[in-house]
Structures are given as structure tokens and as C-alpha cells.
Design a protein around this ligand. Structure first.
Ligand code: MD3
Ligand code: FE
Length: 203
């Protein structure tokens, strides 16, 4: 069952569920090498969402700006390899949505605990914006905010649940978006957490 959220944005409800056990096991090994951390924005604020990465490029932020880096600044080591299960889900979902050639080299892993939020932003640090972004939601449900090309465009609220996958391509690739403060709850496999995986071709 696929749902079109906007021009180029395809919601594949529960598409990740068959991968759940594999994804969570692989995530543990990623986090053992590259732990979650709260990055600081160029403006000096600590993000409420904790992040890590896997793949050849990882998204990082510090006082100097945002960038993709081939190494984890915390350890000086390359980011952990993208697990095969991550890659398989991302490429299959992208193909379902009409992107059969999607080859992600970066996976940003976002950890939300109750109260954590992501304010409205655009994703434009990637080299070729013709590539889609594939996002995978796991754990507690969240309210996703989805606007338009201008910050002042009207915002829709879309609930995202455990296992939901969204492919953001075409015009929606540059739409403003964010996540409202996570409501507390208890998810049967992830407890009081939401994890979001975003797959990108960064380089
Ligand atoms: C729409 N993450 O990491 S995923 C991000 O739930 C980010 O953690 C959110 O926004 C999260 O940058 C939202 C959905 C998402 C990701 C990228 C997009 C939606 C997008 C890029 C363009 C348009
Ligand atoms: Fe984003």
C-alpha cells in the first residue's frame, strides 16, 4: 500500500517491518563503534536529537557548520560500514517508489527520546539533489511536519509509525520539514525511543 504525500514523496506504510530484527541487530553494532551523540549547531545550540552515522559519509554539525565527513570526529575512525540489511531495505524501497538506481553512501541515524524534536529545515548538504532521500521510522510514533519550498508555506502534519518508510524525491526533495517533540510512550521493541534512519547519496 503506497500513498503519495506530495509531488515526489511516497509513503510506504510498514515497509520496514519484515526487516525489523535485522535492522535492530545491525544498529547495535553500528552504535557500538560510533555512539549516539548530541551535535552542536553552528549557532551554538545542542541538538535534542542524538545522532550517529554509517556508510562512506556521515552528516556532522559543529560550530563551523554542517558537512559530510568520511570519519567520525569523536573517534577519528571511518564511520561503520553500511549494514547489508540497511542497504537492502533502502534500495528496495527506493525502487518501489520509482528510483531503481538509488545507491546511498550515507545513513544518518537519529535517536529521539521523549521531548526531542527537529525544527523546520531543508536538506541540501548533498551534492546531487536529484537523488531521493529514503527515511525509515522505528519505535515510538512521531508527528512529522511537511511544508513546501518556502519556510512560510503551509505545514501539514503526518503521523509516522514503526516501520513506515518514506521516499522523498522530485520537488519534495527540497521541502521544509521537521519533527514535533516526541511524546512519551513505551514501544514493544524500542521502549521510550524513536529511531529514524535517513539514507542519502551524499557524495
Ligand atoms: C523531506 N529527519 O535527518 S525523516 C533529517 O524523522 C530529518 O528524523 C527526520 O529530517 C526524522 O534530516 C525526518 C523524513 C525526511 C527526511 C529527509 C527529507 C523528510 C524529508 C528531505 C526532504 C524532504
Ligand atoms: Fe531533514
Amino acid at each position: 500500500p503506497t500513498e503519495q504525500l506530495a509531488d515526489g514523496a511516497i509513503l510506504l506504510r510498514r515497509r520496514a517491518l519484515p526487516f525489523e530484527a535485522e535492522l535492530l541487530a545491525a544498529l547495535e553494532s553500528v552504535v557500538a563503534k560510533a555512539p549516539f551523540r548530541h551535535l552542536v549547531t553552528p549557532g551554538g545550540f545542542e541538538m535534542s536529537v542524538a545522532m550517529t552515522n554509517c556508510g562512506n559519509a556521515g552528516w556532522v554539525s559543529d560550530r563551523t557548520g554542517y558537512r559530510y565527513d568520511s570519519r567520525d570526529p569523536l573517534t577519528g575512525e571511518p564511520w561503520p560500514e553500511m549494514p547489508a540489511s540497511f542497504l537492502r531495505l533502502a534500495t528496495e524501497a527506493a525502487a518501489d517508489a520509482g528510483y531503481p538506481a538509488f545507491a546511498p553512501d550515507a545513513c544518518l541515524v537519529n535517536l529521539y527520546e521523549p521531548g526531542a524534536r527537529l525544527s523546520l529545515h531543508q536538506d541540501k548538504d548533498e551534492r546531487d539533489l536529484a537523488n531521493p532521500i529514503v527515511s525509515v521510522s522505528l519505535g515510538l510514533p512521531a508527528t512529522f511536519q511537511f511544508g513546501g519550498l518556502k519556510r512560510t508555506d503551509p505545514i501539514r502534519k503526518i503521523p509516522l509509525h514503526h516501520g513506515d518508510v518514506v521516499v522523498w524525491g522530485g520537488p519534495s526533495r527540497l521541502f521544509y520539514h521537521g519533527v514535533l517533540a516526541l511524546k512519551d510512550g513505551d514501544h514493544e521493541t524500542l521502549g521510550r525511543r524513536r529511531i529514524n534512519l535517513t539514507f542519502r547519496k551524499a557524495l
